[in-house]
Design a protein around this ligand. Structure first.
Ligand code: C2E
Ligand code: CA
Ligand code: CA
Ligand code: CA
Length: 280
C-alpha cells in the first residue's frame, strides 16, 4: 500500500492474505498439473565455443497453466519447494531427461556422447531417496558414464555442507556428473570447491553479459581460470550476443549456453537441431 495525499491509501499490491491464498491456489493447481501432464520439459543447447557444436542440453521444467498460460519456473519452483511437490516434479524432470538422453545417445553416435543436465533443489538433495531414484534412472537407461549431470547451486550444497558432501560422493559413485550452478552468486568459501569435487561449474549470467560494472571481465577471467585449475569444465550461462561469445572464447571458456545458441525448446526441435548438425 502506498500513502497518497491526506489519508487516502491506494493499494497497488495484493494484501498478504491475498498472496497467501494465491500461493495455496497455485500449489493446488501444481499438484493437479503433475497428475495430468500439465508439466513438461524443454531443452536448451549447451555448445562448444570452439565450433558451436552441441555438447549437451539443460533440461528445464515448463508449466502451461489451463487459465493463466505459461507460468515461469521462477514462480512455480519456489511453490514446489515450499510444498514438497518438488520431489515429484524433480523426479519427473530427471526421468524425462534421462529417457530423452538415452534416445539421443542411441540415435546420434557422436565422437563424444551428448549429455543432459538436470536441476536438483535443496529439498531433493536432503531427501535420502534421491540416491535410489538416481540409481533407478541410471540403471534403466544405460547412459554413457557421467552424461547425466545434476546441477546444484552453491546455496543448495552450503545449506548442509557435511551431508551434501556425502550425498555428492554417493551420486558420483553411481555415475552421475555434477555441475555447480549459478557460480559466483552464492556465498561459498572457495575451499569448498575442492572438497565437493564438481566436474563442471556454470558461471552465472551476471558475470557473462556486460552490465556496466568495470570489474566484470576480471572476475569472469578469474572464475574460468579457477575452474580449469581445479580440473573442472566451465560452462558460461546467458550468452546472448556474438560479442559475449567472442569474449568467452578468448578467455578460454569451452562451453556456453544462451539465447545466442538457442532458447529452451521442445524435445522434437532439439532432435531436429541434432539432425541438422549430423547432416552438415
Ligand atoms: P537456471 O538453472 O539458472 O536456468 C537457466 C535459466 O536462464 C533458464 O530460465 C533459461 O531459460 C535462462 N536463460 C538461458 N539462456 C539465457 C540467456 O541468454 N539470457 C537470459 N536472459 N536468460 C537465459 P528458466 O527456464 O526460466 O528457469 C529459471 C530457473 O528455474 C532455473 O535457473 C532454475 O533455477 C529453475 N528451474 C527450472 N527448471 C527447474 C527444474 O526442473 N528443477 C528445479 N529445481 N529448478 C528448475
Ligand atoms: Ca541450472
Ligand atoms: Ca544457472
Ligand atoms: Ca539462475
Amino acid at each position: 500500500a502506498k500513502r497518497m495525499g491526506g489519508d487516502r491509501v491506494e493499494v497497488f499490491r495484493p494484501t498478504l492474505q491475498g498472496e497467501g491464498a494465491n500461493r495455496l491456489e497455485l500449489e493446488a493447481d501444481l499438484r493437479k498439473a503433475l497428475k495430468t501432464d500439465g508439466i513438461s520439459v524443454f531443452y536448451q543447447p549447451i555448445v562448444r565455443l570452439a565450433d558451436r557444436s552441441i555438447a549437451g542440453f539443460e533440461v528445464l521444467a515448463r508449466w502451461n497453466h489451463p487459465s493463466r498460460g505459461a507460468i515461469s519456473p521462477l514462480e512455480f519452483i519456489p511453490v514446489a519447494e515450499q510444498s514438497g511437490l518438488i520431489n515429484e516434479l524433480g523426479m519427473f524432470v530427471l526421468d524425462r531427461g534421462a529417457r530423452q538422453l538415452s534416445d539421443w545417445q542411441s540415435n546420434f553416435r557422436l565422437p563424444v556422447p551428448l549429455f543432459v543436465s538436470v536441476n536438483i533443489s535443496s529439498r531433493q538433495l536432503l531427501r535420502h531417496d534421491l540416491i535410489n531414484d538416481v540409481k533407478a534412472v541410471l540403471s534403466r537407461s544405460a547412459l554413457a558414464p557421467g552424461t547425466l549431470k545434476l546441477e546444484l547451486t552453491e546455496s543448495v550444497v552450503m545449506a548442509n555442507p557435511e551431508y551434501s558432501a556425502k550425498m555428492l560422493e554417493r551420486l558420483r559413485a553411481l555415475g552421475a556428473g555434477l555441475s555447480l550452478d549459478d557460480f559466483g552468486t552464492g556465498y561459498s568459501s572457495l575451499s569448498y570447491l575442492q572438497r565437493f569435487r564438481f566436474d563442471t561449474i556454470k558461471v552465472d549470467q551476471s558475470f557473462v553479459r556486460p552490465n556496466g560494472r568495470s570489474a566484470r571481465p576480471v572476475i569472469l577471467r578469474s572464475i574460468i581460470a579457477l575452474g580449469h585449475d581445479l580440473g573442472m569444465q566451465v560452462v558460461a550461462e546467458g550468452a546472448e550476443s556474438e560479442s559475449d561469445s567472442l569474449e568467452l572464447h578468448q578467455l578460454g571458456c569451452e562451453y556456453a549456453q544462451g539465447f545466442l545458441f538457442g532458447q529452451p525448446m521442445e524435445a522434437a526441435q532439439a532432435t531436429k537441431l541434432l539432425e541438422a548438425e549430423m547432416a552438415s
